[in-house]
Design a protein around this ligand. Structure first.
Ligand SMILES: [Zn+2]
Ligand SMILES: [Zn+2]
Length: 278
C-alpha cells in the first residue's frame, strides 16, 4: 500500500514561503494498492494529484470524511472528473437532514461553481456511508462517525498486512475532563487501534485549544495521548493550522514531546511525503 500526501493543511490553504516544507494545500491523500486508487478527501491538494495522475487508471474512489470546504474545495479542479470514460465513485457521510448529493451540490453548482456536480463528464456515483464496512479492490475499509461538527467519518483501510487510519478532523478529548478515558468509549478508537500509520488532527497548541473546545480539532498533546491509547506504530500530525509556519510546527512538535519520546514514531505530515506499508 503506497500513500502519497498531496495536502496537509487544515481549514484554509496557506501557501507562503514560510510554509513551503510542510505545504499549503488542504487535505488530500492518495492510497494505491495494485490497480486500486483511493483518494482521501478532495482538498486543494487534489489539483496536483490530477496533474500527476497515473496512466492507465480507469476507476477512482474518492473517500470524503466530511463536507467542510477544506475537504471538498479541490473537487471541481481535479481534471480526471472531466474524462467521460473515468469511473468515479464519491463516498461520504450520511446525514439525517439531506442526501449527500444535495449537500455536495451546494458548493458544486452556480453561483459558487460554474458546473453542477451531476453534469461533470465522468457522471460520478455518489455513495453514502456511516458505520460501514466495504471493499474496494483488495482493500477492506471500515468507516465510522467521529467527533467533529456535522456528520464526519474516519477511515480504517487494510490490505491484509497493514492498516492505515485517516482522521484529519477529530476531537476525541471533547467532553472528557481527564482525557484519555476508557478506550472503548473514545471517539475513533476502533478505527485507529494498532494501526501501522495514523494520520491524525493535531491542529492546535494546548493554549490555542483552550478557547476552541468544541471546534472539532485536537491539540498536539491530545493527539499524542490518542496515539498512545490506540497503540499505533506511527503517527503523522495532520491538518496543520494555517498560521503555523514550518519552523513553528517543528518547534511545537518538540514542545509537545517534551523530554520523553512516546512509544511510537511521530512526525509532521508534509506535502509530497510518500510512505509504503507492506
Ligand atoms: Zn478540515
Ligand atoms: Zn472539518
Amino acid at each position: 500500500m503506497d500513500i502519497t500526501i498531496w495536502g496537509t493543511r487544515g481549514s484554509l490553504p496557506a501557501p507562503s514561503p514560510e510554509n513551503n516544507f510542510f505545504g499549503g494545500n488542504t487535505s488530500c491523500v492518495q492510497v494505491t494498492e495494485g490497480d486500486t486508487l483511493l483518494i482521501l478527501d478532495a482538498g486543494s491538494g487534489i489539483r496536483r494529484l490530477g496533474d500527476n495522475f497515473p496512466a492507465g487508471v480507469s476507476r477512482i474512489d474518492i473517500l470524503l470524511t466530511h463536507l467542510h470546504m477544506d475537504h471538498i474545495m479541490g473537487l471541481g479542479f481535479f481534471l480526471p472528473l472531466y474524462n467521460p470514460r473515468m469511473e468515479v465513485n464519491i463516498w461520504g457521510p450520511t446525514s439525517t437532514k439531506e442526501p449527500l448529493l444535495n449537500r455536495l451540490q451546494r458548493y458544486l453548482s452556480p453561483p459558487l461553481f460554474p458546473i453542477r456536480l451531476q453534469d461533470l463528464p465522468c457522471r460520478p456515483n455518489i455513495i453514502e456511508i456511516n458505520h460501514s464496512t466495504f471493499s474496494i479492490g483488495n482493500l477492506a475499509i471500515q468507516s465510522a462517525y467521529v467527533c467533529h461538527p456535522g456528520p464526519t467519518i474516519g477511515y480504517r483501510i487494510e490490505n491484509g498486512h497493514s492498516v492505515l487510519t485517516y482522521m484529519p478532523d477529530h476531537e476525541p478529548a471533547l467532553g472528557s475532563a481527564h482525557f484519555p478515558d476508557e478506550p472503548e468509549w473514545t471517539s475513533g478508537y476502533a478505527l485507529a487501534r494498532n494501526a501501522d500509520l495514523l494520520l491524525h488532527d493535531a491542529q492546535y497548541t494546548s493554549e490555542e485549544y483552550e478557547p476552541r473546545v468544541g471546534w472539532g480539532h485536537s491539540s498536539m498533546v491530545d493527539a499524542l495521548k490518542f496515539g498512545a491509547m490506540t497503540a499505533v506504530k506511527k503517527m503523522l500530525f495532520f491538518h496543520h493550522d494555517p498560521s503555523h509556519s514550518d519552523s513553528y510546527l517543528r518547534h511545537l512538535l518538540n514542545k509537545a514531546l517534551g523530554d520523553k519520546q512516546p512509544p511510537f514514531d511521530v512526525d509532521i505530515a508534509a506535502e509530497g511525503d510518500v510512505f509504503t506499508l507492506p
